[in-house]
Write a protein that binds this ligand. Structure first.
Ligand code: AMP
Ligand code: GLY
Length: 436
């Protein structure tokens, strides 16, 4: 059976490895030359991931049966609808179902209409004066977000990125001035610690993956601009040191309610679903729902997936997802190697040298992301370059393995957040949770 994979990042490389392990024959399309994916694919094509016609042509040419789609951009333009039309079964949401991510207003309205737990107070606007009246009337701090997709970088939080009313309004106007952002949404600011709960979905049922915590801020100590995620960790018991079982159960119940609501609205959801939650003193609150695996979070969970990923994909598309999907009881720590300046003005085109054997001897896995091969050289792009995942019995062991493996990757134009997965940073999260 042949599967098409779409995307050339670290998440997609991790998916391709999991598919390869489970015996799938892989055909890939991506924008950049990802050496990890190419090494596993029978055939590949370098193409923009939103070029629906080119991708469908590739699928027809190679008689593809199934598709896995990593990034959100092709979902937003309807790649799944087009592939399904030519008989390719997709473990990913249609354009209508992907609105759960591509429109933050759609997500909040759905959650509110169906009385789903964990919603935050919100309102969306198309003009600055209405937004200003609303903002002035709020008693506590707010968050300003573009309604549409921004690669995880368009959110600004009062008290963190926005320090007074003027800065808040300047950002509201900036968002409104860019029509592709689709308007602005103002949300109540949730206070607590964030975690990611991803699930597989077959239109009706969900099957959970281990919890993961991502690190959005560009610099050590959780400061600097928001990024797509600098690294992440997961624990051997599949919870997190600051998330008890009961909170996890609540977040799973919320995701199940969302899946039910989407089915009731006539846009059933199929594929991996990503729930970003803030654990507050009043339980988990929804920060965002994404229509795909998280990146880097996919690199934490897929290497420890015991059940065959290809069979999960087949079960998702046939509506027969089993609830006994198994992950190894191991901890993982992922650190993303990024180009210098990532988060503000990334510098691309720097050479990276990699000793793959050295990395694997450390008990780590390596996933290529936004890199390119040019004249036999591995070069950085403008986004995250390589995800390195240490795997071990404890977070501490996984973190040490990741750090040892980092020594086998070098280059003058790259940097990494060493603090991710370290005991001191995790303790800070546990203490913060206790203080609420
Ligand atoms: P998003 O792209 O919606 O995940 O937002 C990026 C980051 O902004 C999140 O990971 C949070 O750290 C922060 N954020 C987003 N929405 C809220 C909210 N309502 N309250 C507090 N922080 C938020
Ligand atoms: N790690 C955040 C995301 O994939 O959206």
């Amino acid at each position: 059976m042949r599967i098409l994979t779409v995307g050339g990042g670290g998440r997609e490389h991790a998916a391709v490895e999991a598919l390869f392990r489970s015996g799938a024959e892989i055909y890939s399309v991506m924008r950049n030359v990802n050496p990890g994916i190419i090494g596993r694919a029978k055939k590949y094509k370098i193409v923009d991931e939103k070029r629906i016609d080119d991708i469908c042509e590739f699928a027809i040419e190679h008689d593809i049966n199934y598709a896995f789609i990593g990034p959100e951009a092709p979902l937003e333009v309807g790649l799944v609808d087009a592939l399904e039309n030519i008989g390719v079964k997709c473990a990913a949401p249609t354009k209508a179902a992907a609105r759960i991510e591509t429109s933050k207003a759609f997500m909040r309205e759905l959650v509110s209409k169906h009385n789903i737990d964990g919603n935050l107070k919100y309102a969306s606007f198309n003009n600055a004066s209405d937004a200003e009246k609303y903002i002035r009337a709020q008693a506590s701090e707010i968050v300003v977000k573009p309604i549409g997709l921004t690669g995880g970088k368009g959110v600004k939080v009062q008290g963190e990125h926005l320090h007074n009313h003027e800065e808040t309004m300047a950002y509201v106007r900036e968002v409104l001035s860019v029509s592709s952002m689709g308007g602005v949404i103002i949300e109540e600011k949730a206070v607590g610690e964030e975690f990611t709960q991803m699930v597989f979905v077959d239109g009706k049922h969900i099957a959970p993956m281990p919890l993961v915590q991502d690190h959005k801020r560009a610099y050590e100590g959780d400061v600097g601009p928001n990024t797509g995620g600098m690294g992440s960790y997961s624990d051997a018991n599949h919870l997190l040191p600051f998330v008890p079982e009961e909170a996890r159960k609540k977040s799973l119940a919320i995701l199940q309610q969302i899946v039910n609501a989407m089915s009731a609205e006539g846009c059933p959801y199929v594929g991996p679903m990503y729930g970003q939650f803030m654990l507050t003193k009043n339980g988990p609150k929804i920060i965002e729902i994404n229509a795909r695996f998280g990146d880097p979070e996919a690199m934490n969970v897929l290497p420890i997936l015991e059940t065959g990923f290809f069979s999960i994909i087949k079960d998702m598309v046939s509506g027969k997802l089993k609830d006994d999907i198994k992950f190894k009881p191991l901890a993982t720590v992922c650190k993303y190697i990024v180009p210098i300046g990532y988060g503000t003005s990334p510098q691309s085109g720097h050479e990276i040298s990699v000793n793959e054997k050295g990395v694997s001897e450390c008990g780590a896995e390596m996933f290529y992301a936004n890199v390119d091969m040019v004249d036999g050289k591995l070069l950085t792009g403008t986004s995250r370059a390589i995800g390195l995942v240490g795997i071990g019995a404890t977070i501490e062991e996984a973190e040490q393995r990741c750090e040892s493996a980092l020594k086998f990757i070098s280059g003058s134009g790259i940097c990494v957040r060493h603090d991710i997965g370290k005991r001191s940073l995790i303790q800070k999260r546990v203490d913060h949770m206790k203080s609420l």
